[in-house]
Design a protein around this ligand. Structure first.
Ligand SMILES: [Fe+2]
Length: 272
């Protein structure tokens, strides 16, 4: 083998390896499990499990999203929360969202808020997407809250449709006295405000894990937070509450995830 042939062969191996790695990083689902231990969790809610999905952007994991639905089902959640961007505004494919929600609803109650992408959809399409998701069983939250009862304990699940703005005073109105208060809101940069408003646990997405995660540094870029975002994954604790941020499952403007596999989040409540 001459020198030129060797260089070509090495380049081909490098390209194929990079393509295989990126295919894995963008399609291989992973499960992140957290336990949230706090005094606000009653004995009856100890073990209550929430599965959190975000930013699917019309992506399918298997036919009809079967791999994603199976992974969620295996967790036996008490509720499923979806923090927006189920449908991508640049390439709207509502059928993918319908297949997913249709598969999730028989597992556990599904609570959903819109992301910036749904809010950008043409008006007629937006209305039909909301109507269809609702008829498939999604509880669409838009400035309201619903309650789940476990024994004598209550879990209140509140949510807002996506907005560039978040006000603590408006959010406070959704706090339910005597309940464990959950908030679903697409944007993670208001994480401290969710706790300040009185929510015990909030769920957000939007940041796509910073798209590329560098070792020892973390996420590189996120909408609204730009380079090296603070809120791009994980559980962020504040006085009185915490916000869980999903790295999401699909892509949008940047069709590339590096060291940032599509994430299903599971949170189990534990009595403090
Ligand atoms: Fe998104």
């Amino acid at each position: 083998m001459n020198r030129r042939t060797t260089i070509c062969a090495c380049a081909a191996v490098a390209v194929i390896s990079a393509a295989a790695y990126l295919a894995f990083e963008n399609n291989a689902l992973m499960l992140t499990e957290y336990e949230y231990r706090a005094d606000s969790v009653s004995a009856e809610l100890d073990g209550f499990k929430i599965v959190h999905l975000s930013d699917v952007h019309g992506k399918r994991f298997g036919k009809g999203n079967s791999r994603l639905i199976k992974l969620v089902s295996e967790q036996s959640p008490d509720i499923i929360v979806i923090s927006g961007d189920l449908v991508d505004s640049r390439h709207p494919d509502p059928e993918a969202a319908y297949e997913l929600v249709g598969g999730l609803a028989p597992i556990a109650p599904v609570y959903y808020v819109t992301g910036n992408h749904e809010e950008r959809l043409p008006r007629e399409l937006y209305i039909s997407v909301m109507e269809n998701l609702s008829s498939l069983g999604a509880h669409i939250l838009d400035g309201n809250a619903e309650t789940v009862t476990v024994g004598g304990s209550k879990v209140s699940i509140a949510g807002f449709k996506d907005s560039r703005y978040f006000t603590v005073s408006e959010a406070k109105e959704l706090i339910s006295g005597g309940a464990f208060n959950i908030l679903i809101n697409h944007r993670p940069q208001y994480a401290a405000g969710y706790a300040e408003a009185g929510f015990d646990l909030a769920f957000s997405g939007h940041a796509h894990g910073g798209q590329i995660r560098l070792p020892f540094i973390g996420g590189v870029i996120a909408p609204d937070q730009y380079l090296f975002p603070k809120y791009y994954e994980g559980v962020h604790r504040f006085a009185g509450g915490a916000t869980v941020i999903s790295r999401g499952l699909g892509n949008s403007l940047l069709p590339l995830r590096v060291n940032n596999r599509p994430e299903v989040v599971s949170v189990t409540l534990r009595k403090g």
